[in-house]
Design a protein around this ligand. Sequence first.
Ligand code: MN
Length: 247
Amino acid sequence: MTTTKPIIGIECSSIQPELAAAPRAMLNVRFTQAIEQCGGVPFIIPPRLGPGALDALLDTMDGLLLSGGPDIPPEIFGQERHPLTKPLADTRAVNAIHLVRGAQRRGRPILGICFGVQALNVALGGTLIQDIHTTPHPARVKHKYYFSPDFTDHPVVIEPGSRLEGVMGGREFAVNSCHHQALDRLGENLRAVATASDGIIEAVESINGDWILGVQWHPEYLTARPEHMALFQALVEAARDRAAAAL
Ligand code: MN
């Protein structure tokens, strides 16, 4: 029996540096390193592709990882733009949504991180809180920090019996936090499985047998901590299982 390494497609940002004549693809290399360390083979899905190329890549990948990024244009989930929402004017959100729906249709495991969990929720019909810190709450937690590696900002409490509890191996963890938006109404077949003390949803997972998990924090900065590295490990293992079942 041969064991093949599962192929993980990683969705990324594009940016245009000040002096550059054209946009660049951009991804924190910790994502690709984490997937490799967990036994997967990562590839970066280029930004600004059309749906045909995305579909061809979806056919070749065993799992999908969505990385962090800008705000999703709120028109996509049927809202007017909040003054503090800053969506990038490229195809990133549309492509991320296309990738989520395509991966789900193909039974590929999906892990969404920060922008990625928000794109996951919107792709499945959910909505977002467009700005946490102007949304009144009697004991609001600060969620928008600028983090450095291995630095954590607030605790999250994990739902007992959830897939996430099994993956991380506990019920309460410190996480980093660099988001001003959050999930509001949940998409189809998603449930909240981690929350901050102000009720902000910090993780979701699927309830219908699909392997879909999303976290609002940035485990790629916390890969020295086994409970955060375990998220990437879980994606790679689920992708390996799917690939083996498809043989
Ligand atoms: Mn947070």
